[in-house]
Design a protein around this ligand. Structure first.
Ligand SMILES: Cc1ncc(COP(=O)(O)O)c(C=O)c1O
Length: 505
């Protein structure tokens, strides 16, 4: 693993100091410094240590050719705002910045504006949260799409992908779509959700679970998590349903999300939904490959959505699918996803449609990925086991539980770092980031998101003070660790060493 900052095991602090030059440094001295740093750019700072600009040997050469003397100071250079990163910039965003700006180093500013230098070659060795992991066959399927000129949002690869995904996921029918969000949106429409309806949704999830509720101008009601699964709390759901039934305001649908590769308690949740006659839309974006009591996650609700975004357990680079047993509903989804074009030679429309279909090229990637899905599940579970075993002596790490009868894919290894045991989640997060390891806080609850905070929230424990809900507690200490199936054991152990170091406090 590469290190690209100081204050950590294997510190390169001395090298960092060599990159900083005060604005009154002479051109001669700056050239000498650049010689020592192997030509890497210097960070020019003012009296307060704030970054003014970057300077390369090319900048100095131009000044000298312009007739400046070597005794002139760096202040003579025109100020040019440098491309900078913040402490919150993710490693993936950094990679994109290096690519766009075509620079070899980017200063990262702390809250006081003091820079530290991140070099492109170091970022290249970063350990990312979850990256695509191709098998051997994706290219062949994509090649077929090229060979047959099916470069369209329909074609044999789309049909093949739908059939194979239906088989794998134990669903009668599948519509391949452009994203998991599109699948959730169409799912709500097909369940009849409309303007002003209430829709239950977990608070502890990604915003894409909740956003489609607002696309239809329906009203989200956020339901807390339970500690056993981190997913929707049956206790909170039951309370909300009973209360809403009493005032004639039952929801039009319930979205149940299955986070980090693990199903929610579908026995309890489905029994409640059935008892109150409310249809369920499963958000299985993160749980393809997981099972609950032997049955595939994403086969319980009336409809379910999967995501094939680049960070998911398998990917089509971007894509999703809507699944279910009702063939008419899935056929309607395909219709709505292709601009609701009626069967007429001319373009006839009676309904508002969407451009949500998956392309035939991307479906080819998906077919190849499906072939290796079970291998990817095995590897992610093995990575989780390494984290648990290597860190089991650190008191206060509560791994996401996997109750009896559940089979999680461990899409992301997630744990709560307990501050009562002296573990500081933010310190660990920032520490990992500073040595090129991408971790992320678990999802910030929707009822805490500025865009959703005005909506109702039903906590797991009635009468709990509002900021101590289960989802709040998960968020306060929760972290997702690098979990990509293409990580080797040695890398996972190195991440563990770093966690151990930053956990020490
Ligand atoms: C829980 C959850 N729901 C929905 C989505 C949306 O999927 P997509 O990114 O394919 O639109 C994602 C992933 O991004 C997710 O993690």
């Amino acid at each position: 693993m590469r290190h690209f900052d100081c204050e950590k095991p294997g510190s390169i602090g001395a090298t960092i100091a060599a990159y900083i030059a005060h604005a009154d440094t002479t051109l001669h001295d700056a050239l000498q410094r650049l010689d020592q740093t192997g030509g890497g750019p210097l960070m020019v700072v003012d009296d307060t240590g704030r970054l003014v600009r970057m300077v390369t040997d090319g900048d100095i050469r131009r000044l000298l050719l312009d007739g400046r003397d070597q005794s002139a100071i760096l202040d003579a250079l025109p100020p040019i705002a440098p491309v900078t990163a913040r402490m919150t910039t993710t490693l993936a965003e950094l990679s994109a910045m290096f690519e766009t700006a075509q620079v070899t180093a980017i200063p990262r500013l702390d809250d006081a504006g003091v820079p530290r230098l991140l070099e492109r070659r170091d970022n290249a060795g970063a350990v990312l949260l979850s990256t695509p992991h191709l098998g051997g066959l994706e290219r062949d399927f994509v090649q077929q799409a090229f060979d047959t000129n099916w470069i369209a949002p329909l074609g044999p690869q789309v049909e093949g992908f739908e059939t194979e995904l239906a088989q794998y996921s134990e669903n009668g029918h599948v519509a391949a779509l452009s994203s998991g969000t599109a699948a959730l949106h169409l799912g709500l429409i097909l369940l009849g959700v409309k303007d002003g309806d209430r829709v239950y949704c977990p608070s502890f999830t990604f915003a894409a679970s909740a956003n489609p509720i607002r696309y239809e101008r329906a009203i989200p009601v956020f339901i807390d998590s339970e500690p056993q699964t981190w997913n929707m709390s049956p206790k909170a759901l039951e309370r909300a349903l009973a209360r809403d039934k009493a005032c004639g305001a039952l929801p039009a649908a319930i979205i149940i999300a299955n986070l980090y590769g693990q199903s929610a308690d579908m026995d309890a949740l489905m029994a409640l939904a059935d008892a109150y006659g409310v249809p369920v839309l499963e958000d299985a974006a993160e749980s393809l490959g997981a099972t609950f009591k032997g049955r595939k996650s994403g086969s319980f609700g009336t409809l379910a959505a999967y995501s094939f975004n680049g960070n998911k357990i398998i990917t089509t680079s971007g894509g999703g699918a809507l699944c279910g047993d009702d063939g008419d509903m899935i056929e309607r989804a395909r219709f709505l996803a292709t601009q609701a074009r009626e069967a007429a030679a001319h373009y006839e429309h009676q309904t508002i449609g969407f451009n949500y279909r998956m392309s035939n090229v991307l479906a080819g990637i998906g077919r190849g990925q499906l072939k290796v899905l079970d291998d990817r599940v095995r590897r992610r579970r093995a990575i989780f086991e390494i984290y648990c075993e290597a860190l089991n002596d650190i008191e206060g790490i509560d791994w996401m539980p996997e109750p009896n009868g559940y089979f999680s894919t461990r899409w992301l290894t997630a744990a709560v770092f307990n501050d009562a045991c002296g573990l500081d989640r933010t310190r660990i997060l920032n520490g990992l980031q500073s040595v090129g390891v991408e971790a992320r806080p678990v999802w910030k609850p929707m009822h805490r998101q500025p865009v959703f905070e005005a909506y109702e929230f039903e906590p797991h424990d009635d009468g709990r003070i509002a900021d101590q809900s289960v989802s709040d507690n998960l968020f306060n200490g929760g972290l997702c660790l690098p979990s990509g199936s293409n990580m080797d054991d040695a890398t996972v152990y190195k991440v563990c060493e770093q966690i151990r170091y930053w956990a020490k406090g």
